[in-house]
Design a protein around this ligand. Structure first.
Ligand code: F6R
Ligand code: MG
Ligand code: MG
Length: 370
């Protein structure tokens, strides 16, 4: 049998942006595009460059498999090249996601967010790529949980024999930084265990999802946490997620449906607040309160590694209403400023030195009363 193995790799980084953390300059995007174009080797089949907020996404299709050194190095070098341009242009946060300054074979654990999967290309392979800014990898937890386990969103779970077999979730404990610490749980049998983990999105993150019917991979999420790499907060991790759809996987519409919920996620202003995730068109910038957290989504077809033009999943009248709802939710949570659920717990604050000092100074002034 002829094998048609293809790898999809999405690598995303903030290497500088205009006017604060708003968007990369056109020159930056062109630099990444030109670099990838010029340095394509025989592994690479196709690529696309886009941005979401202040992050640039390189989407590559290739035959090199996951964790491929040549592919990762190409993306890394493109971002390094762009960083030089960012410095020349005086862009803000030039090179901020390139945390280690030498490449050691694999961009995992270095800085840029990366999601990738290798699979046997179906004759009508369809997939989606989501890119989020001002949030972290746990932002996809609820959305994917609903799309892969809940018949309220995924009608295939009751209408299709193959889909009704459910899905297997690989979940990662991202607080464990020494090595990958993961667990595999199957829905629907282990649904409550899955939910119990996913309810804590800052620690447990969906890494990938597989169809129980044939063990085929449907989802890959970037699980990089800059905090874990740097040992302190340097910025939010702005995750990318690749989803193969249709057939034994959820339909495209079933995957995008939960995005109507605008779940509250972490990463709003100073990476230290909670805000609703707003589905936006590709190449949308950042604005209100350095946010709100945004997610873009593109749909592609692919044949022997060659991509069609992308379809913007959230460029449709339906999502105008959802964006308005996200604004309402944003205003609601912003009404309580720094208080309670509006600001993230202490361990998640991107900037905590100020608070640390205030609390330290006050500690001595407390009195123990009998
Ligand atoms: C960056 C972000 C922003 C920054 C804020 C302060 O992703 O969310 O809210 O944290 O603009 O940025 P600095 O500390 O770089 O001045
Ligand atoms: Mg940034
Ligand atoms: Mg960003």
């Amino acid at each position: 049998m002829v094998k048609n193995k293809i790898t999809l790799t999405g690598i995303k980084a903030d290497v500088g942006s205009i006017g604060g953390h708003l968007k990369p300059s056109q020159k930056l995007i062109d630099t990444v595009d030109e670099y990838v174009h010029k340095h394509q080797d025989n592994l690479i089949k196709d690529y696309r460059i886009s941005y979401t907020g202040d992050d640039i996404l390189i989407l590559l299709t290739h035959t090199g498999g996951v964790d491929n050194e040549r592919i990762h190095k190409l993306a890394w070098d493109a971002f390094v090249q762009a960083t030089e341009v960012a410095k020349k242009q005086g862009l803000y946060g030039a090179g901020q996601d390139l945390l280690k300054n030498s490449f050691a074979g694999n961009v995992k654990g270095l800085g840029p967010g990366i999601a990738e999967m290798e699979f046997e290309e179906r004759p009508n392979e369809s997939f989606l790529v989501f890119a989020a800014d001002k949030t972290d990898p746990g932002a996809y937890n609820l959305l994917l949980y609903l799309a892969y386990t809940d018949p309220m969103y995924n009608s295939g779970l009751i209408l299709s024999q193959e889909i009704s077999r459910g899905y297997e979730f690989k979940i990662m404990d991202i607080a464990h930084t020494k090595a990958n610490k993961t667990i595999r749980l199957k829905a629907p049998n282990q649904l409550y265990e899955i939910a119990a983990l996913l309810r804590e999105p800052m620690k447990y993150v969906i890494h990938s999802i597989f169809a129980n019917y044939n063990q085929e991979q449907s989802v890959a999420v970037s699980t990089t946490r800059l905090k874990s790499i740097a040992g302190r907060y340097t910025g939010k991790d702005d995750p990318v997620c690749i989803v193969r759809v249709q057939g034994v996987f959820p339909a495209t519409g079933e995957v995008v449906a939960p995005f109507e919920l605008n779940p509250l996620v972490s990463g709003f202003a100073r990476g230290s607040h909670c805000g609703p995730l707003m589905p936006v068109k590709q190449n949308t910038t950042i604005s209100y309160f350095d946010g709100p957290p945004i997610v873009s989504g593109m749909g592609y077809s692919i044949r022997q590694g060659k991509l069609t033009e992308g379809v913007d999943l959230f460029d449709h009248p339906f999502w105008e209403q959802i964006r308005k709802r996200a604004v309402d939710k944003t205003k609601m949570i912003r009404e309580q400023g720094f208080y309670g659920a509006a600001m993230l717990p202490f361990s998640e604050l991107e900037y905590n030195q100020g608070v640390v000092n205030i609390l330290k100074n006050l500690e001595n002034r407390f009195k123990i009363e009998n």
